[in-house]
Design a protein around this ligand. Structure first.
Ligand code: URA
Length: 438
């Protein structure tokens, strides 16, 4: 088999067999297929789409590119959550400690920033010393000690996704149902979990801008998980504006700590509780989602979730003092407000563009090798439906270098739609829940 023939086949709309997919993925993971050929195949797949059988072959091949974990020595259920990604989406940092504090085990394998969206690993690495590249024995030790472990794909676990994910980020090949399903489900099925909650985003800041595409993605991923014997529920949630008030790596750790302490913005708090509640329910820690919500609240108000996060930071080599003193996180040197050009009401945001503005300030990668500036960030002051006066700050930019400031400033101003009337309805935070039989 030759990669060039398979690239041509997909370019011309052909359908791959299992051996063809296995050839592409295993040669790329081994380092025998160069980036340029994988990038060409990814773009052909993005443009032509992958059929149901191809998605299943791809997910299984990527899953078995590394070890599939099992945690028989750790008692109780293992559960996880994965989001398809958005701007300011930091719920993993909140719900992992809530759910671990509530008695379940959360063996979470996450990703880095992808496209205009931020990544859990990059956010965690803003905590000085935090190691997201634990070896397998270290990961097991951390999980056994505190019930949660937060790592990335490694040479041992989901190595195919580790390489392909970084390549997709830099080649505009992210927004594809087949590629997203294989990426997410290959990582999640390698974790050794019993149950998974999927947070599938929709709206201007999501990869799936239209709700019907988000639903299709959710169904494909949920079917994949259930075929592999896992309990899976998918929530279709809003990403038509940033989640919470903060985007950027240090900023998002700070805001997550606020929610863990019982504060923080309502949308972020509500979504974190809802996702935790589903994890408790699927993991059989509670008999209903409503009881799961109550348990999540209790873990916050008792301080157990914050203590759990502190413990996990310490066990993964990070400086736990950031919990009490967030100023130990990297900080941007300068701040500048972005004033509203008009008076009226916020009727919509171009949330993807807000994510790109953050990336060009240094908060994202344009190439695989780029370094992230964890201190830069955006602070959003207004939400869809809010009244705004001319000159009132829409957002505040936290930045370190002037070079891209004007470009980012203009992008942010242009990301807000301002009308004379408020929008007829506000976007609901949770649009649908997709569970077996629904
Ligand atoms: N999250 C992932 O892990 N992979 C994707 O492709 C998109 C979101």
């Amino acid at each position: 088999m030759r990669a060039v023939d398979l690239i041509r086949k997909k370019r011309d709309g052909g359908e791959h067999s299992r051996p063809e997919i296995e050839f592409l993925i295993s040669s790329y993971t081994r380092g025998d297929l160069p980036d340029y050929q994988m990038a060409a195949w990814l773009m052909a797949s993005w443009l032509r789409g992958l059929g149901g059988a191809e998605i299943a072959f791809l997910t299984e091949t990527m899953l078995h590119s590394g070890e599939v974990l099992e945690h028989a020595s750790i008692p109780g259920k293992k559960v996880d959550k994965h989001s398809t990604g958005g701007v300011g989406d930091k719920t993993s940092l909140i719900l992992a400690p809530i759910v671990a504090a509530g008695g379940l085990t959360v063996p979470m394998i996450s990703g880095r920033g992808l496209g205009h969206t931020g990544g859990t690993l990059d956010k965690l690495e803003s905590i000085p010393g935090f190691n997201t590249a634990l070896s397998l024995p270290e990961f097991r030790r951390v999980l056994a000690a505190c019930g949660m472990g937060l790592i990335g794909q490694t040479a041992e676990i989901a190595p195919a996704d580790k390489k392909i994910y970084a390549l997709r980020d830099a080649t505009a090949t992210v927004e594809s149902i087949g590629l997203i399903c294989a990426s997410i489900m290959s990582k999640k099925m390698a974790e050794g979990i019993d149950a998974l909650v999927l947070d599938v985003k929709t709206g201007s800041g999501a990869f799936m801008k239209r709700e019907e595409d988000a639903v299709q993605l959710a169904e494909v991923m949920a079917d994949t998980g259930r075929r592999m014997g896992k309990k899976v529920v998918a929530l279709i949630t809003d990403m038509s504006q940033p989640l919470g008030r903060m985007a950027g790596h240090s900023n998002e750790v700070v805001e997550s700590l606020e929610v863990l302490r019982g504060g923080g913005p309502a949308d972020l708090r509500d979504l974190s509780i809802e996702l935790s509640a589903w994890m408790f329910f699927l993991g059989e820690a509670t008999r209903s989602v409503a009881q799961g919500r109550a348990l999540a609240q209790e873990m916050i108000s008792s301080g157990a979730a914050t203590a759990k996060f502190r413990q996990s930071i310490e066990l993964q080599g990070g400086d736990p003092r950031v919990v009490e003193n967030p100023k130990l996180l990297p900080q941007a040197r300068t701040r500048v407000d972005v004033p509203s050009p008009a008076a009226g009401f916020i009727t919509a945001t171009n949330c993807e563009q807000l994510g790109i503005a953050l990336a060009i300030l240094g908060g994202g990668r344009a190439k695989k090798e780029d370094h992230i500036d964890a201190g830069v960030g955006l602070e959003f002051h207004l939400r869809i439906g809010d009244r705004v006066a001319s000159g009132q700050p829409l957002a505040t930019i936290h930045y370190n270098a002037d070079a891209k400031l004007d470009e980012a400033h203009t992008m942010i101003t242009e990301s807000y739609e301002i009308g004379a009337q408020p929008p007829p309805e506000l976007p609901p935070l949770i649009r649908r829940v997709i569970q077996p039989g629904s």
